[in-house]
Design a binder for this molecule. Structure first.
Ligand code: PTJ
Length: 244
């Protein structure tokens, strides 16, 4: 259908149409549509904007990626559908590897997503995935030279057990998750409570502009609970004053 540009929820409706089309072409898992709906609900409470604490977290994320020896951006179906054009600039600014890692994994989906990313100028890691993470589902499958060897992993938008497994392996994990109460958000080294397509350009910009000294300073001690509490505080304000 054609969505009228003057509809008050134009951007949201266009995004939903796009995700539905990506579900039909196999990029997004059907379950990914419900995950998106949950994200939208939290974003409403944030006022659909980047809060000051999220902007701060985005600078810390940029610093972590810049300081990493082997940074990897893990991409799932929703991330590819929503943000494929935003990943190549982030990869250039941080030198991160990009690996496709899926919960609802089929080889066909993984290849379709890798092809989409490549079309958008992303250098996607290739190879034969091995069951290298201590998980009983297919997110365990990853590349030895990719996520398995990473010291810093950026995991946009996912469920929590892999984040916990990566942390247990001694890796630093940066999550982008609109739900500050999710397992991922709580287990990560650093959680950015912001919408993915707002967050990625801000991380890229910070990675391009931070000095080495600023990166050292920002990564010296990271208080994830502060970022989660700040996001919850913003959401409480959204609930309290939503009708003012
Ligand atoms: O592509 P696959 O097969 O790997 O599957 C990906 C999904 C997203 C289906 C899978 O990882 C999943 O089920 O995730 P969850 O457990 O629903 O977690 C997704 C989290 O991302 C939720 O906490 C949402 O609030 C949040 N979220 C959804 N959309 C966005 C978001 N956070 C930031 N930006 C968004 N656009």
């Amino acid at each position: 259908m054609t969505i009228p540009e003057d509809h008050p929820r134009y951007r949201s409706l266009v995004t939903r149409e796009h995700l539905a089309a990506c579900a039909r072409s196999g990029i997004v898992a059907l379950e990914g549509l419900t995950a998106h709906g949950r994200g939208e609900a939290f974003d409403y409470l944030l006022g659909e904007r980047t809060t000051a604490s999220a902007a701060e977290a985005e600078r810390v994320a940029a610093a972590l990626l810049r300081r990493a020896q082997h940074p990897v951006i893990s991409v799932n179906g929703n991330t590819a559908a929503l943000a494929a054009p935003l990943l190549a600039p982030l990869q250039r600014a941080t030198g991160a590897f990009v690996e496709v890692n899926l919960f609802h994994r089929t080889e066909e989906r993984a290849n379709t997503i890798a092809a989409l990313l490549t079309q958008h100028g992303v250098a996607v890691l290739t190879g034969t995935p091995e069951r290298l993470l201590p998980l009983s589902h297919d997110r365990a499958l990853c590349l030895r030279d990719g996520i398995y060897s990473a010291d810093v992993v950026l995991v946009p938008l996912e469920d929590g057990d892999r984040c916990e497994a990566l942390r247990a392996m001694g890796k630093q994990v940066i999550a982008i998750d609109l739900n500050p109460l999710s397992r991922t958000a709580r287990a990560a080294t650093l959680t950015i409570v912001d919408e993915l397509t707002r967050a990625l350009p801000l991380i890229t910009r910070a990675a391009e502009t931070l000095s080495d000294e600023e990166c050292d300073y920002l990564t010296r001690s990271i208080d994830n609970r502060y970022f989660l509490k700040s996001a919850l505080e913003e959401m409480k304000q959204g609930l309290t004053h939503g009708l003012d």
